[in-house]
Design a binder for this molecule. Structure first.
Ligand code: NAP
Length: 482
């Protein structure tokens, strides 16, 4: 297989929040892996920046531990040493003047310059203003911002306003790490690289689409944040919406940032409002050994949802009449994320109505393993008449691609795309706002009636009402973890 990796230019990447959890778990290990794969050009530098007073050696120790935690024993000591040699640190306060001159002195003309805002959004304005004040922003400087991008439409607009006051939209990279997943891009390859699917990709042939992002973890240490957010804001408004967009969008004219994002935006804008009876909210309950949601967020009267299932419609010619069912939750039976495109049954069975089969499904699995399966109908082997069965045509990446299946983590890919200046996999300002404009009325509706989420057993399939949401339509969810 010939490598078609697009090379990156030499860069200076400054990570504000360089000592934080995201830097430790994702950004630094991701950069190490790209470095080990030879994708970080010589002379590139990664500079951690946070308030903590630490010298360069202390930051290197932090980074080394981060890489070791992520990579385990398989690290090549020489590669790690070379990687640490490109790291630096500057103690800086986003809210004060401390450290900014020191950072300015470290900057070089020439390399690509990117600032990763791995800090809470309340610091974006101060960071942006000081970057300008210290003349650190060049026309091609890139700014990376993390989720959550706003709490609702109003706060998302305010954040966009803050960023656009200091940077051009072409410089802003809003991360939704689901877009960095290999299989999500494979969804586009499958849809737009094959003739096979496009003629069938519409309401005439597709019965419905299911999108599930199920987690086994509870809210963990993020209780305070999560209690103010909930599954709708934390998962549906961004990750599930992006998966829906890539499944439903029209073919863009080319695979370029604005062509792709224009088509995704059209999908969001075509989403019809969701009626209350088309949504189920849930909150995980106790098991013998585990706490319930309200214990975890330390709020005994919390009405925040840890689970959402909903049915929605994309109101356009392609999708009129084909529902999209979205479902996400914490403390569910398995960690299982997938998009399932369920085709309609054959209009007439020449083998008789009780012969079985006839259920085609395209399943795009994102977690725990990545892969694509197409369910087709064949004859049940053996004598005894014409009995049919549905079997998967499997494309598990690990098996099919062998050594080439070592796909980069989403963060690795996205950071390298920032350096390449490719915004295709990042959300645009209007896209984020349109997504909030659709989710806001749903959340406001709950708040208006003081809606109480339905309890569900930890490590289950979610509330019974979610099952009924599908059953009422004569359909059923694929079992989580099956
Ligand atoms: P975190 O662990 O709390 O780290 C925050 C970082 O910001 C620390 O390095 C902190 O270092 C620095 N910081 C705080 N105040 C500062 C200031 N005034 N000036 C300069 N630096 C300051 O948070 P995190 O989990 O890494 O998350 C960072 C951002 O990514 C948040 O917006 C979060 O919502 C988002 N995010 C995180 C994850 C994740 O898995 N962790 C996933 C998705 C999105 P000092 O205290 O030393 O200043």
């Amino acid at each position: 297989m010939v490598s078609r990796i697009i090379p990156v230019e030499q860069f200076d990447l400054i990570i504000f929040g360089g000592t934080g959890d995201l830097a430790r778990r994702k950004i630094l290990p991701g950069l190490f892996k790209r470095f080990a794969d030879g994708q970080v050009p010589e002379g590139s530098r990664i500079i951690g920046a946070a308030r903590s007073e630490m010298d360069q050696a202390a930051f290197l120790t932090f980074a080394e531990e981060a890489v070791r935690d992520a990579e385990g024993d398989k690290i090549d000591a020489t590669v790690l040493k070379d990687f640490l040699a490109i790291l630096d640190y500057v103690a800086i306060d986003a809210l004060g003047e401390e450290g900014w001159s020191a950072l300015a002195e470290k900057m070089r003309e020439g390399p690509v310059r990117a600032f990763y805002f791995s800090v809470g959004p309340s610091l974006f304005d101060d960071l942006a203003r000081r970057l300008q004040q210290y003349d650190l922003v060049k026309p091609d400087t890139r700014i990376v911002v993390e989720k959550p991008f706003g709490h609702d439409l109003e706060t998302a607009r305010a954040l966009n306003k803050v960023l656009s006051a200091h940077f051009d939209e072409s410089q802003i990279y809003r991360i939704d790490h689901y877009l960095g997943k290999e299989t999500v891009q494979n969804l586009m390859a499958v849809r737009f690289g094959n003739m096979l699917f496009e003629p069938l990709w519409n309401s005439q042939y597709i019965d419905h689409v299911q999108i599930t992002v199920a987690e086994t973890v509870g809210v963990g240490g993020r209780g305070g944040y999560y209690d103010k957010s909930g599954a709708m804001r934390d998962m549906v408004q961004n990750h599930l919406m992006q998966l829906l967009c890539l499944t439903a969008m029209e073919p863009p004219a080319k695979f370029d940032p604005d062509a792709v994002r224009d088509e995704k935006l059209k999908v969001i804008r075509a989403l019809e409002p969701v009626e209350p009876h088309q949504i189920v909210r849930g909150q995980y309950d106790k098991t013998d050994s585990e706490s319930n949601f309200r214990d975890d967020v330390e709020n005994p009267s919390s009405k925040t949802e840890s689970f959402v299932a909903l049915k929605c419609h994309v109101g356009n010619w392609r999708w009129a009449g084909t529902p999209f069912y979205l479902r996400t939750g914490k403390r569910l039976e398995a960690r299982d994320s997938e998009i399932i495109v369920v085709f309609k049954s054959t209009p007439h069975s020449i083998f008789g109505s009780d012969a079985g089969g006839g259920h085609n499904e395209l399943r795009i699995q994102l977690q725990p393993d990545e892969g694509i399966t197409l369910k087709v109908t064949i004859k049940e082997p053996g004598p005894g008449g014409m009995r049919l069965m549905d079997v998967p045509l499997d494309m598990s990446f690990a098996e099919t691609l062998g050594e080439h299946a070592d796909t980069p983590d989403a963060y690795e890919r996205l950071i390298m795309d920032v350096i390449r200046g490719n915004q295709t996999l990042f959300m645009r300002d209007d896209e984020v706002e349109a997504a909030w404009a659709w989710t806001d009325p749903i959340i406001q509706g709950w708040e208006a009636v003081h809606d109480v989420p339905k309890p569900y057993d930890s490590y289950s399939q979610g509330p019974t009402d979610a099952t009924l949401l599908m059953q009422r339509d004569g359909r059923e969810w694929r079992e989580i973890g099956a």
